[in-house]
Design a protein around this ligand. Structure first.
Ligand SMILES: Nc1ncnc2c1ncn2[C@@H]1O[C@H](COP(=O)(O)OP(=O)(O)OP(=O)(O)O)[C@@H](O)[C@H]1O
Length: 248
């Protein structure tokens, strides 16, 4: 098998002295959608921020290899220039900038037709190009615009942190078809989600629990395990030991 686009090995990340990720191993391939499924607090966003290179999430141990390079010590800018992009769980507002100009930050050479097509893919009318990316846009509209900008970037790897958050009115199928299209055009897509119906659309999935990857396998098998085993466990959460995920 080809070297994967992304290979994470034994990643450990702490926040203010508290260990959050504890030996995470995972891979993502170009042209595929990979899912990381887990309940609230499992460590999914921490993983996304560590992959993107946010300084507060620098790993204490482990290695991130991307497109054949060890990027563990690369800055966010270097990772972005290398083709890694993150769509945030809660997209930012950019006061005073139009949607057109915001999208052009992702694809400076894009013409009007390309910008309009990217909005169509997230079910927004072309008239949104003239709107401002400010508080007058709903959270769901900002999220769709952010997803359109990720599409326009054609990144090597798009990391999508809870990509459906705030988009209740947008049929899940619409955003999933956007991700499928990104993958068909050659990007790797890493979806981070607590929704098993989102994860079930991936080519492969990982199940994360309390900072560990506990299971990897086909999206359907991981979903089945999640639904049958992963009740919210609160204080009764199992102690994690060992760092090798079960394969299903
Ligand atoms: N600065 C911090 N200090 C201590 N614990 C932290 C800190 N930041 C995050 N955590 C804890 O790390 C765990 C993982 O957080 P993270 O946001 O990565 O989870 P998540 O899986 O993305 O959750 P959600 O689905 O709710 O967004 C949580 O228990 C959280 O409380």
């Amino acid at each position: 098998m080809n070297d994967p686009l992304l290979r994470v090995e034994q990643l450990h990340v702490s926040r203010e002295g508290v260990p959050i990720l504890q030996g995470v191993n995972l891979q993502a391939q170009a042209g595929e959608i990979t899912g990381v499924l887990g309940r609230n607090g499992a460590g999914k966003s921490t993983l996304a921020y560590a992959l993107m290179g946010l300084p507060a999430y620098a790993p204490s141990k482990g290695c991130i290899r991307f497109a054949g390079e060890d990027i563990t010590d690369w800055s966010i800018t270097e990772r972005a220039q290398g083709g890694l992009t993150l769509a945030w769980q809660h997209p930012a507002r950019y006061e005073g900038i139009t949607v057109r100009d915001y999208l052009k930050l992702s694809a400076s050479g894009a013409g009007e037709a390309e910008l309009t097509e990217s909005l169509e893919l997230v079910q927004l009318a072309p008239s949104y190009l003239d709107r401002l990316v400010d508080k007058a846009l709903s959270g769901g509209e900002r999220k769709r615009i952010e997803l359109a900008s990720v599409y326009l970037m054609h990144p090597k790897l798009a990391i999508l942190d809870e990509p459906d958050s705030g988009v209740d009115l947008l049929a899940l199928g619409d955003i999933l078809s956007l991700f499928r299209r990104l993958a068909q055009e050659g990007s790797g897509v890493l979806i981070i989600t607590h929704r098993e119906d989102v994860a079930s659309q991936c080519h492969r999935s990982y199940l994360m629990c309390r900072g560990h990857i506990i299971l990897e396998g086909s999206a359907e098998a991981v979903k089945r395990y999640f639904l049958s085993q992963c009740e919210p466990c609160g204080d009764n959460a199992p102690e994690m030991s060992g760092e090798v995920a079960k394969r299903v």
